[in-house]
Structures are given as structure tokens and as C-alpha cells.
Design a protein around this ligand. Structure first.
Ligand code: RB5
Length: 148
């Protein structure tokens, strides 16, 4: 499974930590940058990962900024992206099970790196449950397709 990851300066250290540890777990991680800690604008990096999913280079994305909020706002502007900002493993579990989220956003200034890793692992390993949630996700997709 190919996973895209990106951050801004406030999420850079957590990006590096997650990348190394998810690779150890067997995930193929594509790093969309930045490649050194410098001040950057989170919309540029959210866009890279969103487009990576839409172009099918990657299946899921992980985006980290200071709060996870800016990345979440930008990623959700793209048709077909369902980004969820998760602060707990239960958020991550339900974002996948109920919402079929394809992007996880995290706040590098808000949560510890070990919790962030657990959240990412749960997010990446929980399947969409479909069932009663499928028609709701299909309604999200319909709204996406009606956007102009
Ligand atoms: C950068 O200072 C900060 O605004 C950014 O990382 C993020 O938290 C925005 O949502």
C-alpha cells in the first residue's frame, strides 16, 4: 500500500518520525516534502498529496501542520478527498470505518509522536465498513461531482 506524506514546518519532525516508523511496518511511503525544515505554506503540500491520491500515485495521505486544521481545510477542497483531522485512535478508526476517509491530518504541535503513530497505524489498517455508511459516502461523492 502506497502512502503519501507531507507537512509544513510545524509538522516536519512528526513527518520524519512517522515516515521512518511506518516504513518499518512495511508501508511504502512517498514523501511529498518538504525535505528539510524550512518555513513553507501548508496549502502547497496539502495540494501535492491530494493530487497524488487523485492521480492514483498513492492510496492514502497523511498531512501534518501545527494543528492539522489548515491541512484538513485545503485537502477537503479537492473532489474525491475525504480528509479527517484525528486527535485520537478512535477518531482514526471511525474516520475510516464510517467516512472512508482517504487523508489523515494531524497537529504536530498538539499531539505526541507515539500517539500520532498509533493514530496513523489505526487509520491505515481499518477498512471502510460500507453497509449503512456507503449511501452516506456516496452522497458526499455526489456533492463532489456537482461542485462547479
Ligand atoms: C503555521 O504556523 C501554522 O499556522 C500551520 O502549521 C497550521 O497549524 C495551520 O493550520
Amino acid at each position: 500500500m502506497k502512502i503519501g506524506i507531507a507537512s509544513d514546518h510545524a509538522g516536519y519532525e512528526l513527518k520524519e518520525y512517522l515516515k521512518i516508523n511506518l516504513q518499518k511496518d512495511g508501508y511504502e511511503i512517498i514523501d511529498y516534502g518538504p525535505f528539510l525544515k524550512k518555513v513553507v505554506d501548508y496549502p502547497d503540500y496539502a495540494e501535492k498529496v491530494a493530487k497524488g491520491i487523485l492521480n492514483k500515485e498513492i492510496e492514502y495521505g497523511i498531512l501534518i501542520c501545527g494543528t492539522g486544521i489548515g491541512m484538513d481545510i485545503v485537502a477537503n477542497k479537492f473532489n474525491g478527498i475525504r480528509a479527517a483531522r484525528c486527535c485520537s485512535t478512535y477518531d482514526a478508526f471511525l474516520a475510516r470505518q464510517h467516512n472512508d476517509a482517504n487523508v489523515l491530518t494531524l497537529g504536530g504541535r498538539l499531539i505526541g509522536k507515539e500517539l500520532a503513530l498509533e493514530i496513523a497505524k489505526i487509520f491505515l489498517s481499518t477498512p471502510f465498513s460500507k453497509g449503512r455508511h456507503l449511501k452516506r459516502v456516496n452522497k458526499i461523492k455526489k456533492i463532489d461531482n456537482e461542485k462547479n
